[in-house]
Design a protein around this ligand. Sequence first.
Ligand code: TXA
Ligand code: MG
Length: 331
Amino acid sequence: MSSKKEPHISTEILPSSKEGLFRAAQILNNGGLVAFPTETVYGLGADATNSGAIERIYKAKGRPHNNPLIIHAYDTNVAKHFAKMDKQAAILAKSFWPGPLTLVLKQNTKVSIRISDRALSRLQTVAIRIPIHPVARRILSLCNNPIAAPSANISGKLSTTRFEDVLGNMFGKIDAIVDGGPCPIGLESTIAKIEDGIFSILRPGTITEEEIASKIGKKGHTRKILEKKITSPGQLKSHYRPETPIRLNITDPRDDELLLAFGPLPNGIKGLTLSEISDPDEAAMNLYSALADLDNLAKVTKSTSIAIHPIPRQGAGIAINDRLQRAAHKS
Ligand code: TXA
Ligand code: MG
């Protein structure tokens, strides 16, 4: 089978009703692929113990096999079946789970749940996330096994935070998509790794380094120290990209550009705002959907690029700047 021309799969569109979510879990339990909302972004789920299903995730996304998947579990008790939780991990789990924090932990070798090696790219560690979104939780509660779920987008492109964006990326490639409305946080989870009692942030998110440090009482290494050795492809310089080039920290866009504003959209300028009131959390929620809309608008208006206002590096602003830098990076 050629990897370029995959056969078209018929994709069920499921409501987030009791019946819809029951069907979603049934498909996942049978080795199928289902996209569903989490509080951060839409995930593309498959049974984490089923190598065939995992392989289909990589195919549907066009994702390189050296990029491991986050394993989603219903709660900490389930996570303990396949990961070792040290004292620090237990504190963070208690503080932030369920919620938008992914913990990279050592695998539990005396496993009672065997996560497929294909999902873990031969690492000794496993990234675990316990989402809080009610749709994700309901699905996880109905599934027989943990669910591997990368973001529901074509590899390297914008993550999806709306049902219609998932449709655009995944229709015809996966078995079902749950329509659960927009994702309330809008940026992928913070990824923290704990090793020898020290944490490192592998990917910033809306749970900040300071919040994590305040719980475990030690300031962890930042990403800068880890950058030489990439352990998370979320750290790759070019990622999360729209098709239209973007220019960062622009206050005066050119006439042939669209503007992504932080604060009110100036009069007479074509574009969108991330947050009328300059609120970093609202901006995070709107980031991927605004970039998707501007990408489409740029094609129609034949705009050369998307200019983006400076966004303060505070709170969610740190993670927003991280994603924008990767989106702007020319590979
Ligand atoms: O918010 C999220 O985390 C979303 C939702 C769907 O849960 N998921 C998500 O998955 O963003 P994905 O695959 O798009 O990004 C996961 C990142 C990748 O950069 C991957 O390399 C990293 O997590 N990762 C996975 N396992 C890892 C591990 N054992 N060590 C280091 N990084 C790991
Ligand atoms: Mg992703």
